[in-house]
Design a protein around this ligand. Structure first.
Ligand SMILES: NC(=O)N[C@@H](CC(=O)O)C(=O)O
Ligand SMILES: [Zn+2]
Ligand SMILES: [Zn+2]
Length: 430
């Protein structure tokens, strides 16, 4: 089935212009882009006044399946993604079992094929069961569709294992994606090692627990030539280390989450586990360094680290609850409201951080609207103002600090490979 989107403000090639886009549901591709298009067979949609952008790409999410279905499933997590405007998401491997072998990744691929509403690219683990002891059979995992390798959820504790993994990943032309956290520097910390932790009497997490791991890995990346990508950068020291590495020509890239861009430890109202995530919300100087890092290209793009947990788990105290917050359904309006509407960042820049940049960094054929390219699109109503209502989420997870925030710029329709996977008008997910 063909669809013709008329009079949209189309963002492509760095510009926004009023155009029509004809897509083909059979091939899943964009057939034509231009002015005054018509097609006798196509169903028409008038998008006057709406922004039509490439479908968003999220390199870092947790779908919890298999093993954590009470927190999220491939179905509910990708429904949440579709509603948030995301058409490509990369699923982290801290599941039970961990995708660390041919059997486990094959099983995961089957589940994705059956239940995913948007495109899911699965990560495989760097080490077996993410225990940091022996590197997985990366070649086999690559052949079976591993997007890249990561032990997200934990840091690879020894330099030697990371080095071995990087040599193999480099040979296979795959990225090593790292959760950076040196356990020997944790000291039982739960919040950033700052004012708020002291006030609440909770042990602090040193910025160095992140930055030391990153610095170590960067030297190993230099040695091995691997594409090394840093997850959820939170500390100003980490930004500095990555900036220096890029200047030295080392193949390092990095992401930052919406929550680290928006919040600091000062926003934590008390013992509320909706503010508990790893890495933690840090100080104002860190938040500023993250924004500066994004603007100067030290940090390459934004990823949500959507990390659902059950209400039961998150209703516990900060010291008892698990780390992590959800983000797929609010990422775009949150960033649009607080970066674009405030004029801190041009709309095109925000879109690039959520589409073109992540796709480029991982050499994915998504994240841009082109004739002949995938019909992955999101329609955004820049004027739609709405309060976040976690009760209304499609995700099973409601654990997040942005409930009841009034935000502007909501996705109203998401198209993945030519199929409408979310349409606000019909409150529908495929
Ligand atoms: N970010 C988090 O706080 N939690 C993540 C793990 C992770 O991303 O490291 C989770 O899986 O819950
Ligand atoms: Zn992580
Ligand atoms: Zn994560």
């Amino acid at each position: 089935m063909k669809r013709l989107f008329k009079n949209a403000e189309v963002y492509r090639d760095g510009k926004t212009e009023i155009e029509d886009i004809l897509i083909d549901g059979t091939t899943g591709k964009v057939e034509k882009i231009g002015r005054s298009l018509s097609d006798a067979e196509a169903e028409e949609y008038d998008l006057t006044g709406k922004l039509l952008a490439p479908g968003l790409v999220d390199i870092h999410i947790h779908l919890r399946e298999p093993g954590g279905e009470s927190k999220e499933t491939i179905e509910t997590g990708t429904q949440a993604a579709a509603r948030g405007g995301f058409t490509t998401v990369c699923a982290m491997p801290n599941t039970r079992p961990v995708p660390d072998s041919a059997e486990t990744i094959d099983e995961l691929q089957k589940k994705i094929k059956k239940n995913a509403v948007v495109r899911v690219l699965p990560y495989a683990a760097i080490t077996e069961r993410q225990l940091g002891k022996s590197v997985t059979d990366m070649q086999t995992l690559s052949e079976r569709g591993a997007f890249a390798f990561t032990d997200d959820g934990v840091g690879v504790q020894t330099a030697g294992k990371m080095y071995e993994a990087m040599i193999e990943a480099s040979r296979l032309n795959k990225a090593v994606v790292a959760h950076c956290e040196d356990n020997s520097l944790l000291y039982g910390g739960m919040l950033h090692d700052g004012e708020k932790a002291r006030e609440l009497g909770i042990k602090g997490i040193l910025p160095a627990s992140e930055a030391v791991h990153i610095a170590r890995d960067i030297l190993l990346a230099e040695e091995t030539g691997v594409h090394y990508h840093v997850c959820h950068v939170s500390a100003k020291e980490s930004v500095r280390v990555i900036r220096d590495a890029k200047r030295a020509g080392i193949n390092v890239t990095a992401e930052v989450t919406p929550h680290h861009l928006m919040l600091t430890e000062d926003d934590i109202p008390g013992d509320d586990a909706n503010y508990k995530m790893n890495p933690p919300l840090r100080a104002q100087a860190d938040r500023e360094a993250l924004i500066e890092g994004l603007l100067d290209g030290t940090l390459d793009f934004i990823a949500t680290d959507h990390a659902p947990h059950t209400a039961e788990e998150k209703n516990m105290s900060i010291e008892e609850a698990p780390f992590g917050i959800v983000g797929l359904e609010t990422a775009f309006p949150l960033l649009y409201t607080h970066l674009v509407e405030t004029k801190a960042v041009p709309e095109s820049q925000l879109l690039d951080w959520l589409t073109k940049k992540p796709a480029e960094v991982f050499q994915l054929p998504y994240g841009e609207i082109t004739e002949g390219g995938y019909a992955d699109l999101v329609v955004i109503d820049r004027h739609k103002k709405q309060r976040v209502d976690t009760e209304n989420f499609l995700s099973k997870g409601t654990n997040m600090p942005f409930n009841e925030w009034e935000l502007t710029g909501w996705p109203v329709m998401t198209i993945c490979e030519g199929n409408i996977v979310w349409n606000e008008k019909e409150e529908k997910v495929r």
